[in-house]
Design a protein around this ligand. Structure first.
Ligand code: MSP
Length: 647
C-alpha cells in the first residue's frame, strides 16, 4: 500500500484573553474545509489549532479576576474547545502554549538562537501597545496610536534580548517576492510587507520581557520571559515535536503546507517566523494566507467592542451548517466581509432553503409521487440535459482548486450556480407534464435521475463546508457510500440506476426574518448597558455521577473581610460543621463585607486548596448574576445546618 501524502495546515493560536467569537470562527472554519477536502483526497492530514496563553494581557486579566493566569486561561480554553466541537471543527491537534512540551521547545529554540548568535542582549526603548503586546517605532504609529488596534501606546524601556531580524531583510524580501515560491497570498499583502516593513529598514526584534512574569522563562537569564510572538510562532513546530519528546512528526509534516490567519498578523508570520526558521536551519512553510476580517458595524469584530454575536445562540437556532455556510460564503478572498444577522437570514433563505433545500425536497417528493420512491432503470436522453451535465463536469476541478487556495466563497458560488441550474432544469422539463403521459415515463425517470445525480455531485463538493447536512442529503437521495467519494463527484451517473429515495426532514427551514431579528435583539446584551449579562448557553448534558462528585454544603459566615490590595476578593471564615474553613471569593465589588456575616450560604468544599493574593482558599461560594450585572451569593434559610449537604 502506498503511503498517504502528508498535509499540514494551521490556524493561528488564539489568545484566551476573552471568549471566542464569530471572528475566530472564520479562520478555523476555512482551515476545516481544507482539512476535510485533503482527507477526502486521501491525504494524511495534520490540522493544528490551539491557544496562545502567555503575556501581560492575560496576567493583568487574571489579576483583575483574582485568580491565577493558569486558572484564567483554563476556563476560556475550555470554551474555545466547546465552540470548535459545536462547529464540527475536525482538528487533529490542539496546542496550548502552557503545555510543558511546548515550553520545553520554546526554551530550547531560544537557547539555540542565542548560542548561534542570532539573539543578543541589549536595551529596548520604544512605543509599546499593551493589548497587542507589540513594540512599534515612531514611524509605524498611526496618528500616534498603535497601527493594529488604534489604541494608545506608551514609552517603554527595558533590558532585553534581540533577534537579529535586520540581518534577514534581504532574504525575506527575496522570499516574499519570489514569484515561483509565491509564499504569501493575497499578493497585496506582499507589497504591504515589503513597502511598509522591509524597505523602511527592518529593525532587530526585541524578543524578551522583564516587565511581567507570565511567559516562558529564558533558561539562562530567568529575569526574562520569551516574547509572546516567539513563543507563539514556535507552536507550529513544537506541536510536531521539534525539540521535545512529546511528538516525533517533524519529518512527516514539516514544512507546513499552509498557515492561515487574518491580515493583521501576516506581518509576524511572513517576517519574524521565516527569519526564526532560517536561523534554525529549518525549511520554510509553503504558503501563508492572510484573509480579511469579518466586520461588524465597520470594525473588526472583537470582544472589547461589545458587538459580539454569540455563535452558540446562532447555531442553536439556525443550525451549525447554516452558520458555517454563511460565514464561508460571505468572505471574498482577501477582502473584509460585514456580518449582520439579517444578511445571514437572507442567505439561509435564498441559498439553503429555496435553492438547495427545495431542489432536494422537490426531487425526492416527485420520485415518491411518480414512481413510489424507486426509479425504473430505462433512460431517454434529451438535449435539455446537456447544459446541466457540462456544468457538473466542470465543477469538481474548479471547486477543489478554490478550496485549496482558500477561495471558498468562489467555490460555493460556483456550486450554487449549478444548483440554480438544476432548479431551472426542473421547470424546463416540467415533470408534472411528463407524468400525465404514460409514453413519457422513461423520460420522466431520466429527468428525476439526472436531478438526483446532480444533487449527489454538488453535495459531495459541499460536504467540506456542510459536513452535517451532506450525509442527510445522501440519505434522502439514496446515495450509497461508494458514490459519495470525492472522485465520484466527477463521475456522471454513479448513483445506482434503480435508486430508492427516502423522504427526510426539511433541511433548512425558512426563517421569518423580521420575527427572528426581533427575537435575537431581545436575546442580545445591550451594548451601552452591561454586555456581560448575556446568559451563558445551557451546558451539554452530564450524568448524575458528575454532580455527585461535587460536595456542596451549607456554611454559616462567621466573618468576612476585604483582602488587602485586591478590589475583587473577600475572605470568609465559615462554620462548615467540621471545625471551620477559609474561602476567598471574587465578589468584593458587590457587597460590603459585613452584609454577609451571619448568612447561611452554599459552597463547594471539595476543590483542592488554592492560593490567591497569598491567602489560601478552601472552596468556592456559589453565587449568581443579577439582572443589573452584579452578583449575589446563594443564600439558604437560617434553619439550614452548617455542614448540611446540598443535593
Ligand atoms: N495569538 C495571536 C496569534 C498567534 S499565531 C502564532 C493572535 N490571537 S487572536 O486571538 O487575536 O487571533 C487573531 C486571529 O483570529 C486572526 O488573525 C484571525 O485568524 C482570527 N480573527 C479574530 N477576529 C477576526 C475577525 N473579526 N475576522 C476574521 N478573523 C478574525 O493574534
Amino acid at each position: 500500500m502506498s503511503e498517504k501524502k502528508p498535509y499540514y495546515i494551521t490556524t493561528p493560536i488564539y489568545y484566551p484573553s476573552g471568549n471566542p467569537h464569530i471572528g475566530h470562527c472564520y479562520t478555523t472554519l476555512a482551515c476545516d474545509v481544507v482539512a476535510r477536502l485533503k482527507r477526502m483526497q486521501g491525504m494524511d492530514v495534520m490540522f493544528l489549532t490551539g491557544t496562545d496563553e502567555h503575556g501581560q494581557k492575560i496576567e493583568d486579566k487574571a489579576k483583575e479576576a483574582g485568580i491565577t493566569p493558569q486558572q484564567y486561561v483554563d476556563d476560556i480554553v475550555a470554551n474555545f474547545k466547546r465552540l470548535w466541537e459545536r462547529l464540527g471543527i475536525s482538528y487533529d491537534r490542539f496546542i496550548r502554549t502552557t503545555d510543558p512540551y511546548h515550553v520545553e521547545s520554546v526554551q530550547k529554540i531560544f537557547e539555540t538562537l542565542y548560542k548561534k548568535g542570532y539573539i543578543y542582549k541589549g536595551e529596548y526603548t520604544g512605543k509599546y501597545c499593551k493589548p497587542c503586546e507589540s513594540f512599534w517605532t515612531e514611524s509605524q504609529l498611526v496618528d500616534g496610536k498603535c497601527p493594529d488596534c488604534g489604541r494608545d501606546v506608551v514609552d517603554a524601556s527595558e533590558e532585553a534580548y534581540f533577534l537579529k531580524l535586520s540581518q534577514f531583510a534581504p532574504q525575506l524580501e527575496k522570499l516574499l517576492t519570489d514569484e515561483e515560491l509565491n509564499i504569501l497570498e493575497p499578493k497585496s499583502r506582499v507589497n504591504e510587507m515589503v513597502n511598509n516593513f522591509i524597505k523602511p529598514g527592518l529593525q532587530d526584534l526585541c524578543v524578551s520581557r522583564t516587565s511581567f512574569k507570565w511567559g516562558v522563562p529564558v533558561t539562562f537569564d530567568d529575569k526574562h520571559v520569551v516574547y509572546v510572538w516567539v513563543d507563539a510562532l514556535s507552536n507550529y513546530i513544537s506541536a510536531l515535536g521539534y525539540e521535545n519528546s512529546e511528538y516525533n512528526e517533524m519529518d512527516k509534516y514539516w514544512p507546513a503546507d499552509m498557515h492561515v490567519m487574518a491580515k493583521e498578523i501576516v506581518r509576524f508570520h511572513s517576517l519574524i517566523w521565516p527569519a526564526m526558521l532560517m536561523a534554525l536551519d529549518l525549511p520554510l512553510p509553503k504558503k501563508i494566507v492572510g484573509h480579511g476580517w469579518i466586520t461588524f458595524g465597520g470594525g473588526k469584530m472583537s470582544k472589547s467592542s461589545g458587538n459580539v454575536v454569540d455563535p452558540f445562540i446562532l447555531t442553536d437556532r439556525y443550525g451549525v451548517d447554516a452558520l458555517r455556510y454563511h460565514l464561508l460564503r460571505e468572505m471574498p478572498f482577501g477582502a473584509d466581509a460585514p456580518y449582520t444577522n439579517e444578511m445571514m437570514f437572507n442567505r439561509i433563505n435564498s441559498d439553503l432553503a429555496n435553492d438547495l433545500g427545495n431542489l432536494v425536497s422537490r426531487t425526492v417528493a416527485m420520485v415518491i409521487k411518480y414512481f413510489g420512491g424507486t426509479l425504473p432503470v430505462e433512460r431517454e436522453a434529451d438535449a435539455l440535459d446537456d447544459e446541466l451535465f457540462s456544468m457538473l463536469d466542470a465543477l469538481p476541478a474548479k471547486v477543489i482548486a478554490d478550496y485549496e487556495t482558500l477561495h471558498i466563497a468562489d467555490a460555493l458560488e460556483a456550486i450554487f450556480k449549478v444548483i440554480a441550474r438544476a432548479n431551472k432544469y426542473i421547470d424546463e422539463n416540467a415533470p408534472w407534464v411528463l407524468a400525465k403521459d404514460e409514453a413519457k415515463a422513461t423520460r420522466l425517470a431520466t429527468v428525476l435521475y439526472n436531478l438526483l445525480d446532480a444533487v449527489r455531485r454538488c453535495t459531495i463538493l459541499l460536504s467540506p463546508v456542510m459536513p452535517h447536512t451532506a450525509p442527510a442529503i445522501f440519505e434522502q437521495i439514496g446515495a450509497a457510500d461508494d458514490c459519495t467519494t470525492l472522485e465520484a463527484a466527477s463521475i456522471k451517473g454513479a448513483l445506482k440506476a434503480d435508486v430508492t429515495v427516502v423522504k427526510g426532514p426539511v433541511l433548512f427551514p425558512r426563517i421569518d426574518v423580521e420575527k427572528e431579528l426581533a427575537e435575537l435583539e431581545a436575546l442580545s446584551p445591550k451594548k451601552e448597558e452591561k454586555p456581560e449579562i448575556a446568559l451563558e448557553p445551557i451546558k451539554e448534558n452530564c450524568v448524575f455521577d458528575d454532580f455527585m462528585k461535587l460536595d456542596i454544603r451549607a456554611g454559616k459566615v462567621i466573618s468576612c473581610e476585604k483582602v488587602k490590595k485586591s478590589d475583587k476578593l473577600l475572605c470568609f471564615q465559615i462554620d462548615d460543621g467540621f471545625g471551620g474553613r477559609q474561602i476567598l471569593s471574587g465578589i468584593a465589588k458587590y457587597y460590603e463585607p459585613e452584609q454577609l456575616v451571619g448568612k447561611t450560604i452554599a459552597m463547594i468544599v471539595n476543590f483542592p486548596p488554592r492560593k490567591m493574593m497569598g491567602l489560601e482558599s478552601n472552596g468556592m461560594i456559589l453565587s449568581a448574576q443579577t439582572a443589573e450585572g452584579g452578583f449575589r451569593v446563594v443564600e439558604l434559610g437560617d434553619n439550614v445546618m452548617p455542614g448540611a449537604q446540598l443535593s
